[in-house]
Design a protein around this ligand. Structure first.
Ligand SMILES: [Zn+2]
Length: 172
């Protein structure tokens, strides 16, 4: 299946990229998220066809098939994180107020985050212990919903708190 981890402390979501069919790996580069028209990013775990049906529902308003097996998901809009479940044509979503993980490697990810690890470290540990999770890991900032590489949130924080060398010079 997969591992998707949300660390509240680090304002970070991480996911792996593996798709498995039974005991066979069919892809190492699966994108485990989709973007919605209202600016959300949705990370989901479940069977491939069920996730596809869920994505069509979210994007285009297609009806949720009643035959659907359980899909769990984590959704971010900038600054807010939600946890949801979809099954048998029913969708339930609520605000996520603690760190959380979903997918086949969820327990390992939760253990790592309980020990203080960030979401990326959580998925990394899952990839070492869960055969259905790989170490092709993508990370996202929950403050801006961007990929960590293009996020400016932490950068602007560090600029604000680091001393201004020009100011220090003028004070000396
Ligand atoms: Zn950011």
């Amino acid at each position: 299946m997969t591992t998707i981890a949300y660390s509240k402390e680090h304002a970070q979501i991480a996911c792996d990229s593996q798709t498995t069919d039974g005991s066979v790996i069919v892809s190492n580069t699966t994108k485990k998220w989709f973007n919605t028209r209202c600016g959300s990013r949705v990370f989901s775990s479940g069977d491939t066809l069920d996730i596809y049906a869920f994505e069509q529902h979210y994007k285009n308003g297609a009806a949720l098939p009643t035959s659907m097996n359980l899909v769990k998901y984590i959704r971010i809009t900038p600054g807010r994180v939600f946890y949801g479940e979809v099954k048998g044509g029913v969708l339930k979503e609520e605000a996520l107020t603690t760190s959380h993980a979903i997918g086949s490697g969820d327990k390992y990810a939760l253990a790592e985050m309980t020990r203080g690890g960030d979401a990326r470290a959580a998925v990394q540990l899952s990839s070492e212990l869960d055969t259905q999770t790989n170490d092709n890991i993508h990370t996202f900032c929950t403050q801006c919903a961007r990929k960590t590489q293009s996020c400016k949130c932490r950068q602007s924080i560090s600029i604000n708190i680091s001393p201004n060398p020009l100011l220090l010079k003028s004070l000396a």
